[in-house]
Write a protein that binds this ligand. Structure first.
Ligand code: ADP
Length: 622
């Protein structure tokens, strides 16, 4: 027998499981049953598609055997099984990037972390929540030798050769004091009903049943076996047969959470293509939603045979928060996981599924504002990602996303903003590049406030990128208020005159600022502030530049400069126009530029210079 160490991360995970995650110890059973079901799925697939396996007489099932007295539970499957190498690799290390990610994300706050783990599932190691020893005897399909893995979950594990009549895996859990509650058949039945009722394979429970025997006048104990799950691919049933409770239960089986889904979309397509899809929207966004190696949540089945659950191709990336099933009648069973991407049937199912999901969301948005707001709270951002990645559905997505505006502190739609447009308004205006509160005080908004024009406050960090690429909502142009042209829109004849009057000052300011700005102009958009900066239409804003720089992605950007706009009606500007002191005008030029940068949340290149100028001007004023 050889003694081996767990990988460091396994130790970390085990420690965490045992010390902070006993809030839902019952999940151990769901995790072990789901592993058994995966193992059956894998072998079933092979027996249908690959030569040496086709000859295996395969009657897939999961068997639970409970010894109430000894407090021992064995969960067996006749699935794919594991050999020595597999046991070391799968039950001694953490191979799944999702788990590593999870560990990296832990906050140290037990309560928060256990919520996280609820969404995530801890897999096999959860057995150590309820037991002080776990034995695994496994024999890989197609091999003769079985192996026994055993561990107390603390000091590593041991592996030795063993025997097993057929292929598959038996996991034996020796309940500890905390786990003793689970050594009752009624309890196990409850948990299976709750989490694993719709596992596609029968789950059989064998346990001692005590019954009163009238003749012998005493209670006798007999061994009894019964199937304790429904074992049906529930998504294949018709909607009318299914109750909300069924869907909720299936969600728990499929997605492995404890919470109920927010809502679900169940579709049966018949005709040229035959398939069923069932998509759930989790009530909380999955914790790894914004990680590059998120776990995809949709499983692919072909005629009820599980094919894969790790394909990121089944749905577009921006819908990665969906959980559920795609079950196709048309795909061949041996569709290899690698060629899934190029498969035309799947591509068609994917296109139709996206349309369907977006449509369903639309009808929720129309019929239940509150429910839809809850959805938006969780998933507005991924939908916005869709705006740039899914060109074909951009219009639908524009109507699904929600924004905040200068006139609405709660979510509002583009359609509503459109309906509130002013007579003669030339476009829908938006501001990006900072936190909402900061954007709301930007001088760039002054003219819009004065003219009572609504401006979208787009303060998600992705907004600047997303909306830079969107020209229109329907036939209405979208315009960033920090672009030079947005100011032109609001110009009147009278304004033009003013810019003529201001000319001598504008020239002086431009000379003083040298190469710091592209131009200095009279502004049409300021009411209370003396100055602001804007960028040209086709150039990234100063704020975007700063963001790209902080992400280390500004390398290829051309070195563009902002345009400084000054307010012809502002007292400072009026006085500067007639000022004779050139050194004061020089300092003022920089102060006007720097304050415009500061108020947009842009860091100054030369803060010391700013302070010196400010002090010089103050000294003159006091
Ligand atoms: P997950 O199931 O999420 O991958 P687990 O920690 O539960 O993570 O299991 C790790 C791996 O161990 C599985 O991916 C699988 O390869 C293997 N495994 C676990 N249980 C079984 C089983 N009953 N039969 C075959 N392989 C199993």
């Amino acid at each position: 027998m050889s003694k081996r160490e767990f990988q460091t991360e396994v130790n970390q995970l085990l420690h965490l499981i045992v010390h902070s995650l006993y809030s839902h110890p019952e999940i151990f059973l769901r995790e072990l049953v789901s592993n058994a079901s995966d193992a059956l799925d894998k072998l079933k697939y092979l027996t249908l598609t690959e030569e040496p396996y086709k000859s295996i007489a395969f009657d897939p099932k999961i068997e639970l055997v409970l010894d109430e007295e000894k407090k021992i539970l064995t969960i067996s499957d006749n699935g794919i099984g594991m050999n020595e190498e597999d046991l070391v690799a799968h039950l001694g290390t953490i191979a799944r990037s999702g788990t590593k990610n999870f560990l990296a994300n832990l906050s140290g706050d037990a309560k928060r972390d256990s919520n996280l783990i609820g969404q995530f599932g801890v897999g096999f190691y959860s057995a150590f929540i309820v037991s002080d020893r776990v034995d695994v005897v496994s024999r890989k399909a197609g091999e003769e030798q079985a192996f026994r893995w055993t561990s107390d979950g603390k000091t590593g594990f041991e592996i030795e050769p063993s025997t097993r009549p057929g292929q598959g895996t038996s996991v034996t859990v020796h309940f500890n004091d905390d786990g003793a509650d689970y050594a009752h058949s009624w309890k196990l039945k409850d948990i299976i009903k709750k989490y694993s009722n719709h596992i596609a394979f029968p789950i059989l429970l064998t346990s001692n049943e005590s019954e009163w025997n009238e003749e012998e006048k005493k209670s006798v104990t007999t061994l009894k076996t019964e199937q304790i799950n429904a074992a049906s691919a529930l998504w294949k049933r018709s909607k009318s047969e299914l109750k909300d409770e069924d869907y909720k239960e299936l969600y728990k089986t499929l997605a492995g959470g404890y919470d109920d889904p927010m809502f679900w979309f169940h579709t049966k397509a018949e005709g040229t293509m035959e398939y069923t899809t069932l998509f759930f929207v989790p009530s909380k966004a999955p914790f790894d939603l914004y990680q590059a190696d998120y776990t995809p949540g949709v499983k692919l089945y072909v005629k009820r045979v599980f094919i894969t659950d790790d394909s990121k191709e089944l749905l577009p990336t921006y819908l990665r928060f969906l959980r559920g099933v795609i079950d196709s009648e048309d795909l061949p069973l041996n569709v290899s996981r690698e060629i899934l991407q190029q498969n035309r049937t799947l591509a068609a199912i994917r296109t139709a599924s996206v349309k369907k999901v977006l449509n369903e969301l639309k009808s929720i948005a129309e019929s239940d504002v509150e429910k839809y707001a809850a959805f938006i709270d969780q998933y507005n951002k991924p939908l916005k990602e869709g705006l740039y990645s899914d060109y074909a559905n951009r219009e639908a997505l524009m109507d699904l996303i929600r924004v905040k505006t200068t006139k609405s502190d709660t979510w509002t739609s583009f359609a509503e903003v459109k309906s509130r447009m002013q007579e003669g308004q030339k476009g829908i205006y938006f501001i990006t590049g900072g936190l909402g509160a900061q954007l709301r005080t930007s001088p760039l908004l002054e003219i819009y406030k004065k003219k009572d024009i609504e401006v979208l406050i787009l303060d998600d960090e992705i907004d600047e990128f997303v909306f830079a690429g969107i020209e229109k909502y329907g036939d209405i142009e979208l315009k960033a208020v920090n672009k030079t042209s947005a100011g032109e829109d609001l110009k009147t004849e009278e304004d033009k005159d003013k810019s003529e009057d201001l000319k001598p000052l504008l020239e002086k300011l431009k000379t003083a600022l040298g190469g710091k700005v592209k131009d200095v102009r009279a502004s049409m958009r300021l009411a209370d502030s003396p100055s602001c900066i804007v960028s040209d239409e086709d150039e990234p804003s100063m704020k975007m530049r700063q963001m790209l720089r902080s992400m280390g992605q500004a390398a290829g950007l051309p070195d563009t400069k902002p345009t400084l706009e000054v307010n012809p009606d502002h007292e400072i500007v009026k006085k500067l126009l007639v000022a004779g002191d050139d050194s004061l005008v020089n300092d003022a030029a920089y102060l006007l530029l720097d304050q415009a940068l500061l108020i947009e949340g842009i860091a100054l290149e030369d803060p010391a210079g700013f302070v010196q100028r400010l002090n010089r001007v103050l000294a003159k004023a006091v």
